[in-house]
Design a binder for this molecule. Structure first.
Ligand SMILES: Nc1ncnc2c1ncn2[C@@H]1O[C@H](COP(=O)(O)OP(=O)(O)OP(=O)(O)O)[C@@H](O)[C@H]1O
Ligand SMILES: [Mg+2]
Length: 289
């Protein structure tokens, strides 16, 4: 049964999609796990990184994407397997083979579909809070059907707090919270920690760090003192990986899907070292995956 890992932060542009894909590549190419990445963001960035543009368009045309799956589950019991794309990504493992990496592609229809879902569950004058809860349960149940199909499921969450993200945060065994060291990041991490643990700030702080269901990772870190000070403050209050992902053109370039498969070293260039450290440290922190 799959280990469900969410990658989330209410703040946008902090590296959720980048780190989701890095981890998907690492678990499949290095860890030889069956990995499924679920793109829960209408922007579909992780889908584009794993598929390239034309294959992503194909997933919209043939309704093989997360919005179609969740919508169809309102009326029929279509299996999630029908909506997955296999052998995605543009890397090989050390033996030159395709890693077992699958994708539930994102869709621009995802937000409209979530509105439709809430309308569906608001019938018969159901109170809004109750309808929202039913929505989150719909997501949880639908996405949970992926459990037998993978060893690791990585859920790339949208910024903000959609019903899909709320479901992902509750069903994840662990939530990876990437942050960029800036003035907002401390508040953003405090906030998502409260949502994940279902407690106010003091309630979260009362939980021993090793018992918390989330782990932070500093991304796009620049050399020099300022970023370090912000990271130290966050790490003082929240479980944070020692590994930091530097701000690097090699990380940014890994956003581009390449038609030719490459080795992990070719794909990630100089950022292969922090990626290796991130993967190894996360493995220890997750325990049994
Ligand atoms: N360590 C890094 N070094 C350089 N560029 C980075 C790094 N991490 C992310 N980026 C770039 O920053 C941009 C935002 O990253 P990404 O899309 O992964 O963030 P996100 O949190 O998923 O954003 P969104 O909230 O829009 O979903 C991308 O262009 C990505 O290539
Ligand atoms: Mg993203």
């Amino acid at each position: 049964m799959a280990y469900f890992l969410a990658v989330a932060n209410r703040k946008g542009g902090v590296g959720k999609s980048t780190i989701s894909v890095m981890l998907a590549h690492a678990f499949s190419a290095w860890g030889h796990k069956r990995v499924l990445l679920m793109d829960l963001d209408a922007q579909s960035n992780s889908s584009l990184i794993l598929l390239g543009g034309s294959q992503w368009i194909e997933t919209q045309r043939n309704s093989k994407n997360v919005a179609a799956f969740i919508e169809d589950r309102m009326y029929a019991l279509n299996p999630i397997a029908d909506y997955l794309v296999h052998n995605v990504g543009d890397v090989t493992d050390a033996q030159g083979r395709k890693p077992q990496l699958s994708l539930l592609a994102g869709s621009l229809a995802f937000e409209d579909m979530q509105d439709e879902l809430i309308t569906h569950y608001s019938r018969h004058n159901t109170p809004f809070r109750q309808a929202k809860l039913k929505c989150a349960n719909h997501f949880k149940q639908a996405l949970g059907f992926a459990a037998p199909l993978a060893d690791v499921v990585i859920m790339d969450c949208a910024p903000g707090l959609s019903n899909a993200t709320a479901a992902a945060l509750t069903m994840a065994a662990k939530v990876v919270v990437p942050f960029r060291p800036d003035a907002v990041s401390e508040y953003a991490v405090d906030r998502i920690a409260s949502i994940i643990e279902g407690k106010d700030y003091d309630g979260v702080m009362a939980i021993p760090p090793e018992k918390r269901r989330y782990i932070c990772v500093a991304n796009a870190v620049r050399p020099g003192g300022r970023d370090g000070t912000i990271i130290d403050t966050i790490a003082f209050n929240h479980p944070t990986l020692a590994t930091q992902v530097p701000q690097s053109p090699d990380v940014a370039n890994a956003f581009d899907w390449s038609e030719e498969r490459q080795t992990m070293e070719e794909k990630y260039g100089t950022s292969i070292t922090p990626l290796r450290e991130l993967y190894q440290e996360l493995l220890v922190s997750l325990g049994a995956v």
